[in-house]
Design a binder for this molecule. Structure first.
Ligand SMILES: Cc1ncc(COP(=O)(O)O)c(C=O)c1O
Length: 436
């Protein structure tokens, strides 16, 4: 267990935290984030830049820590690009990879020297139309995987023939031609191998093919291998072998230089592998239900709106969960309880995790900590069913700092022209006001 979780999983510590910041709250630890950022940067030394995938966590305080650790930032939308600029990432440390940019978006994005990876030939032509001086990259789906899982779904949707991502290899010559016809270079090719990969095998395969694919095109100076480096959410899983991938990159770069007499740069866009471990969702038990067979359902004060991964991804979205008794003398459970950790949103599927053989009887007021929620946690939250977003907190040394306030009811009406009428009858809408 990380020293972050060792600190957090103590009832005295959690009760002190709760006195200052009510549950639920997303808690992050600076030291864990710095440790993982440094570990990954050192292990992936063959990559000349690492752009942190900010859509998995876009809290500016955390992005600033990563900037100070030498990371660039990956934006997937114009708003994330503006966030990168606001935080102070210089343009040469920003990559923008995405789909469906309008001409206005492209005008803004090509006006700066960011690494811009486009998704189609049309988009490439649009970008060169709005800015004839743009140096661009293209997303490529090498279509390696044809196999399906028996239900017709591709085994690896990102590399499958049916994937929507990027252009196909046959279109690469045309992408180079479009760029050349405008007097420009197609300078990079981007690939996304797949999500939450715990092994490097598939990367070995895609990296080698990508190097071979780009070899005939002298303008292509860099390869972006995207993200998808997995995180060991469950017992028995292991961290992504970055050193193994690094060795593969190193060998391919050397082979490429030897065979083609020029060098090629590799960059990557890691997300969850960098930031998952530094986060935990701290919540509390509101009620417990014990069924005749002993199954215990506990309702917490968080939910699928705050943390949708388990609801959306099912088995692929499981996280470790710990219950920390608020009592110094919890009642032992003979034989261990099966505890189903539920959210407080209405859908019956609002289940955040299951603990088999919990040694004690859980009680209202006990703390529940969902582990490793630094990535795709707050970033995927919503206000579904009026369950507003919780606060975000940053633990550093012994101090806890509020880095984003919890949402309040005003957000339910924001931008609608309605307002809460007054404090005496806060549930009456002010029908006089209109959106302007
Ligand atoms: C293009 C691209 N880059 C980077 C990432 C980050 O992936 P991860 O958080 O799995 O490392 C993603 C995730 O979907 C992606 O689509």
């Amino acid at each position: 267990m990380s020293s972050f979780l060792e600190t957090v999983l103590r009832s005295a510590w959690l009760s002190q935290l709760e006195q200052q910041f009510p549950t639920p709250a997303f808690l992050y630890q600076r030291e864990q984030l710095e440790y993982d950022a440094k570990r990954i940067r050192e292990a992936l030394s063959a990559a000349s830049s690492l752009y942190f995938a900010s859509f998995c966590n876009s809290n500016p305080w955390l992005l600033r820590i990563l900037k100070n650790q030498g990371f660039g930032m990956l934006a997937s939308s114009p708003s994330e690009y503006r966030l990168a600029k606001a935080i102070g990432f210089p343009s040469w440390r920003i990559a923008v990879t995405g789909a469906g940019f309008s001409k206005d978006d492209l005008k803004e994005l090509t006006g700066d020297r960011v690494e811009l990876n486009l998704d189609s030939l049309d988009q490439l032509a649009d970008a060169l139309e709005v800015n004839a001086r743009a140096t661009l990259g293209i997303r490529l789906n090498p279509q390696f995987c044809e196999s399906t899982d028996g239900k017709g779904l591709p085994l690896n949707s990102c590399l499958a023939k049916s994937s929507r991502t990027g252009i196909i290899p046959e279109e690469l010559p045309e992408a180079v031609r479009i760029s050349k016809s405008r007097g420009q270079k197609l300078s990079s090719v981007h690939i996304y191998t797949g999500t939450n990969q715990l092994k490097a095998d598939l990367f070995h395969f895609t990296v080698q093919h990508l190097f071979d694919l780009v070899a005939p095109y002298e303008d292509i100076e860099s390869i972006n291998i995207g993200g998808g480096f997995g995180f060991p959410y469950l017992e028995g899983e292991h961290p992504f072998p970055f050193r193994d991938l690094n060795e593969c990159l190193r060998q391919n770069i050397a082979r490429f230089e030897h065979q083609h007499g020029r060098t090629i740069k590799v960059v990557a866009e890691p997300g969850r592998s960098v930031i998952a471990a530094c986060g935990a969702l701290v919540t509390k038990i509101l009620h417990c239900k014990i069924r005749p067979n002993g199954d215990t359902f506990i309702t917490t004060d968080t939910n699928l709106s705050n943390f949708p991964r388990p609801y959306i991804y099912g088995d692929e979205g499981k996280h470790k969960v710990s219950i920390v008794s608020a009592s110094s003398r919890p009642t032992p459970h003979p034989g261990g309880a099966k505890v189903v950790v539920c959210g407080n949103a209405l859908p019956s599927g609002d289940i955040l995790g299951v603990i088999e053989n919990f040694a004690f009887v859980p009680r209202a007021g006990d703390y529940v900590v969902i582990h490793d929620t630094g990535a795709y946690g707050y970033a995927m939250s919503s206000r579904f069913s009026g369950r507003l977003r919780p606060a975000e907190l940053l633990l550093s040394n012994e101090n806890v700092q509020l880095i984003r306030k919890a949402e309040d009811d005003n957000l339910l009406l924001e931008g609608t022209g309605f307002g809460w009428r007054n404090s005496e009858s806060p549930f009456t809408l002010d029908l006089e006001r209109r959106v302007s």
